[in-house]
Design a protein around this ligand. Structure first.
Ligand SMILES: C[S@@+](CC[C@H](N)C(=O)[O-])C[C@H]1O[C@@H](n2cnc3c(N)ncnc32)[C@H](O)[C@@H]1O
Ligand SMILES: [Zn+2]
Length: 402
């Protein structure tokens, strides 16, 4: 592979790593153009937080398994994520980076070489599914795979599942929020096998639909999943899951699939466990018709201990998005054991034609009345609580009218 790069580039720094990337200003002719997809090789500076969190999660995972690990990034673009892993995560024995675009593969190789990583980092230039399939045999599989595509990871799920070893960590990005958040429901059913719903908490449903799709794909291969972390940030969602091989483990995961039933009239919502469609269609609070999202994952979407360990990895890493990440991790910790779905308080107040009450006060009052109540990273105006909607509405009225 010849490593001469003949398009405009520049050097950028993320974390403790410096890499060569396309100089984005050189490719944008009009202000509305989206620079990352205009450049000959994909690079998106806006995904820095995504990569920062990926570094923390991979390091946390490596320390948990306490051995040297092999990692694959099958859609690597300019290689910034993979090269960051090699430099910033301790205990990586081998890294395979790959991109179907030969210019991207060249740049990723250059970035590996200029960081003296040639011995540990292998750069390939082929279709991601082909590459992953070649690593799908027992003993060839990776300890961790990070699937970070344009749009949906759905086309790569099957081969990523086959190429991950028992106990391995799979990370998935999805940027196709229009299908996942219910703007294009048919596309969501097609790609993820579940129906979305355009509710105030549609981003949480998006994470649950993505994980639901992973659950069913892994189950086909006799694998159960344990979700250790997830987040919804800007225009994308991420999920991190550890694999456990065995039919029993797969059955246990499938048991965590189900549906979310939502009332657009009064904001009541409830869950229905199991793969069979829910029979119940009437809202218990107001009698209106309930809408259904799913099948999707009803299990945990964060692990408190994993989030605490990730938090412990932040200091001294020179993360560009450190403040935002600490906030995200702190919220994730408190969300881990909280009820499924949150109430978007602004949406409720909008419908009730009321001012938005102070959220901290609202949560204090809910807790005082014996309910769980925590904020959520999904929405700065969201509250996770087990209080019924009628209680929440009465409280909001009292808080804004006194
Ligand atoms: C969103 S970019 C990757 C960004 C990178 N992971 C990062 O963190 O900067 C997606 C990449 O997938 C590559 N790609 C698209 N289809 C592919 C395929 N079938 N196999 C391998 N790579 C593919 C594109 O060339 C592009 O570089
Ligand atoms: Zn209702």
């Amino acid at each position: 592979m010849k490593l001469s790069i003949d398009f405009p580039t520049e050097v950028v720094r993320e974390g403790k790593t410096s890499v060569v990337v396309p100089r984005l200003e050189a490719y944008v002719k009009e202000v509305w153009e989206y620079a990352p997809s205009k450049a000959p090789v994909f690079y998106n500076p806006a995904m820095e937080l995504n990569r920062d969190v990926a570094v923390l999660a991979l390091q946390t995972y490596q320390r948990t398994v306490d051995k040297e690990i092999s990692v694959c990034e099958p859609l690597a673009g300019c290689g910034i994520r993979g090269v960051r892993f090699a430099i910033e995560v301790e205990g990586i024995r081998k890294l395979v980076l790959n991109d179907i675009n030969s210019e991207a593969a060249k740049l990723a190789k250059l970035n590996a070489e200029r960081n003296n990583l040639a011995e540990r980092v292998l750069v390939m230039n082929e279709d991601a599914n082909l590459l992953l399939s070649r690593y799908a045999a027992p003993r060839k599989r990776f300890d961790s795979i990070d699937v970070d595509p344009f749009g949906s990871p759905a086309p790569y799920l099957d081969s990523a599942v086959r190429a991950l070893r028992d106990g391995g960590l799979l990370a998935l990005t999805a940027t196709d929020m229009a299908p996942l958040s219910g703007v294009h429901p048919k596309a969501c059913v097609r790609k993820y096998g579940g129906k979305p719903l355009r509710t105030g908490y549609c981003h949480e449903l998006a994470v649950r639909l993505l994980i639901g799709s992973l659950t069913m794909t892994a189950a086909k291969h006799g694998i159960g999943i344990e979700v250790v972390f997830s987040h919804s940030t800007d225009h994308y969602i991420r999920a991190y899951a550890v694999f456990h091989r065995g039919a029993k483990q797969a059955d246990n995961s499938v048991r965590k699939m189900g549906y979310v039933l939502h009332c657009f009239n009064c904001f009541h919502r409830e869950t229905s466990k199991g793969i069979l469609p829910p029979w119940k269609r009437e809202c218990t609070e107001c009698g209106s018709k309930l809408n259904v999202a799913g099948p999707l994952w009803l299990g945990k979407i964060f692990d408190e201990e994993f989030s605490v360990l990730m938090e412990g990895e932040v200091a001294g890493r020179n993360l560009g998005q450190e403040k935002k990440i600490l906030k995200l991790l702190s919220l994730a910790k408190s969300e881990a054991e909280a009820p499924i779905t949150y109430y978007a308080i602004d949406k409720i107040c909008d419908k009730l034609n009321l001012r938005i009450p102070p959220l901290t006060k609202t949560m204090d009052e809910l807790r005082g009345a014996g309910f769980q109540a925590v904020p959520t990273h999904f929405n700065s105006r969201g509250i996770r609580t087990d209080a019924p909607i009628s209680v929440l509405k009465a409280l909001i009225r009292r808080l804004v009218q006194t």
